[in-house]
Design a protein around this ligand. Structure first.
Ligand SMILES: Nc1ncnc2c1ncn2[C@@H]1O[C@H](COP(=O)(O)OP(=O)(O)OP(=O)(O)O)[C@@H](O)[C@H]1O
Ligand SMILES: O=P(O)(O)OC[C@H]1O[C@H](OP(=O)(O)OP(=O)(O)O)[C@H](O)[C@@H]1O
Ligand SMILES: O=C(O)c1cccnc1
Length: 491
């Protein structure tokens, strides 16, 4: 059973926007359902005013494709829908066609955990246009959110450096799947563990946690609360010390920590959850060290994000473990990645591919036509630039790339450079051809990929823009198409 079906116990083909189904009926009715087409899923701006994005969600996409079918029950529901005229929205013949529909699309995608940039396809879907169209909404839903959270997680973990970050977001996440998908993407992006136990079970993520204020509040005094907890969990004591006075809380924790040591156990840590975390952590460290509890870790939580973690480190905070919830799983400062899904090319009756372009007043919103691939070039220092080229040409025609938003910015990418194409085959004729990866492998890829980019691209404030260009022939074709669309009668 696919993981999604396991979570939802329901087929998900209807997890789409109505217009995908009305267009599907349109393609079917006009006899165009089998017309071969290519769509690209890409975004236009890195989130969080950052310099990079981590691609995520592909395993969910493959899981979604595995379970994709319209059940009798789905079709009964669709049959009940009426149009503005009160007549059935969908014809019985079309609905019968849907129940027999088997996906035959090809998908190429960048592996999860790949560092990606604006305008680059993360997923390319090729197949009968009706089928490609039916996948749009779910693919965007699955890739946009997980890529957003994986990117946020990578930023937060970079700020924490070698300290572990624990994801504590479930209670503040956007619903049940928001919580599950966030825990997965946060781990993929670099978090060390989650407090979300179901995510731990479903995705094999390490689970970790401390205790809540309620535990302390349920006793007459804090010392008794710590003692009882130590009795119940002698090897798993991370005491939350800020329910009353934080430094008194640290002293109580120390008392219990020393008792634990006498009975052959070691206190693991204390948690700070309010107040000035820099000051309190420095004071707490001193008290712990003076008591000989040098291995006791200081965990901090309370509305943390990459900015606060960086600031706390600059202030000399002695925090060793970071608990991050709300601002991570809700992507607080940018709650959506604006990924889109655009038609790039369509085959005509003679089998010839016509490249398609969506025009916009804003240059950034004009889509790139073709069957696109991304080639990453490396020099001795790491990744140096990416080229978006059209696979309708057997090889990139030119070595020159042109900035999609400023055609005066160009760069020569010598054929002698090491290069790698990012999109790899993941589905052929509806069958998954990519080997399944563990989350551990994917999160290792994130770190390995990030290390290929200059720190100026990775930094959080005003990052350097990593060069991504259209291969020159593609740029010229796109420009000619824009001119042709804007000026159908040459001036
Ligand atoms: N030294 C610090 N430098 C920068 N930010 C900090 C520092 N200490 C705490 N913060 C952050 O400041 C924010 C709010 O902390 P503040 O002390 O105002 O509230 P609080 O401690 O939650 O108050 P309350 O006692 O009501 O729980 C949190 O996001 C916290 O992570
Ligand atoms: O601040 P976040 O990054 O979202 O991290 C999670 C927060 O959730 C908990 O607070 P809550 O008040 O819900 O419960 P508690 O009584 O356990 O502190 C925890 O103490 C953190 O403050
Ligand atoms: O285990 C914890 O300390 C925890 C879990 C969820 C939210 N906040 C804290």
């Amino acid at each position: 059973m696919s993981k999604l079906s396991q979570i939802y116990q329901t087929p998900l083909a209807l997890l789409t926007d109505l217009y995908q189904l009305t267009m599907a009926q349109g393609y079917w009715k006009s006899g165009r359902s089998e017309q071969e087409a290519v769509f690209h899923l890409f975004f236009r701006k890195n989130p969080f005013q950052g310099g990079f994005t981590i691609a995520a969600g592909l395993e969910y996409v493959l899981d979604y494709l595995k379970q994709f079918r319209f059940t009798d029950c789905d079709v009964d529901y669709l049959a009940s829908l009426e149009g503005n005229d009160g007549a059935s929205l969908f014809s019985a013949e079309f609905l019968s066609y849907l129940t027999r529909l088997e996906l035959r699309c090809d998908l190429d995608a960048v592996p999860e955990g790949t560092v990606v940039f604006p305008h680059e396809p993360l997923v390319r879907v090729r197949g009968p246009i009706l089928q490609c169209q039916l996948l749009e909404t779910a693919l965007l839903n699955l890739v946009n959110y997980q890529s957003l959270i994986a990117t946020k997680s990578a930023r937060i973990c970079a700020a924490a450096g070698s300290d572990p970050v624990l994801e504590f977001g479930l209670r503040r996440a956007q619903g049940i799947d928001g919580g599950l998908a966030a825990s997965r993407a946060a781990y993929l992006g670099g978090c060390a563990a989650t407090s979300n136990v179901l995510a731990g079970k479903l995705f094999q993520i390490p689970v970790k946690g401390t205790h809540a204020h309620s535990w302390v509040m349920s006793f007459d005094d804090e010392l008794a609360a710590f003692e009882e907890y130590a009795d119940a969990m002698p090897n798993n004591c991370v005491f939350l010390v800020d329910t009353y006075d934080t430094l008194d809380g640290v002293r109580n924790a120390i008392q219990v920590g020393l008792q634990l040591r006498k009975s052959g156990h070691e206190m693991v840590g204390i948690r700070l959850d309010s107040g000035d975390l820099a000051y309190l952590s420095i004071e707490a460290r001193q008290l712990l060290d003076e008591a000989g509890l040098t291995n006791v870790a200081i965990v901090a939580s309370n509305d943390l994000d990459e900015g606060i973690i960086t600031s706390l480190k600059t202030q000399g905070a002695t925090i060793a473990v970071w608990g991050v919830g709300t601002k991570l799983v809700t992507a607080y400062d940018q709650p959506a990645l604006g990924g889109v899904y655009k038609l790039g090319a369509i085959q005509n009756e003679t089998g010839h591919w016509e490249r398609k372009l969506k025009l916009s007043e804003q240059a950034i919103k004009t889509s790139t036509p073709g069957i696109l691939q991304v080639r990453r070039f490396f020099n001795s220092e790491g990744a140096m630039a990416d080229m978006i080229y059209d696979e309708l040409n057997p090889q990139p025609v030119s070595d020159i790339v042109v900035d999609p938003l400023d055609p005066t910015r160009r760069r020569l990418l010598s054929r002698d450079l090491e290069a790698k194409d990012l999109l790899i085959p993941v589905v052929r004729a509806g069958q998954i051809v990519k080997e399944c990866e563990t989350l551990t492998q994917i999160r290792q890829r994130v770190q390995q990929q990030l290390s290929q980019f200059h720190t100026s691209v990775r930094r959080h404030t005003t990052p350097h823009e990593y060069p991504v260009g259209l291969e020159q022939e593609l740029h010229e074709f796109k420009t000619a198409e824009i001119l042709r669309a804007r000026h159908p009668h040459p001036m």
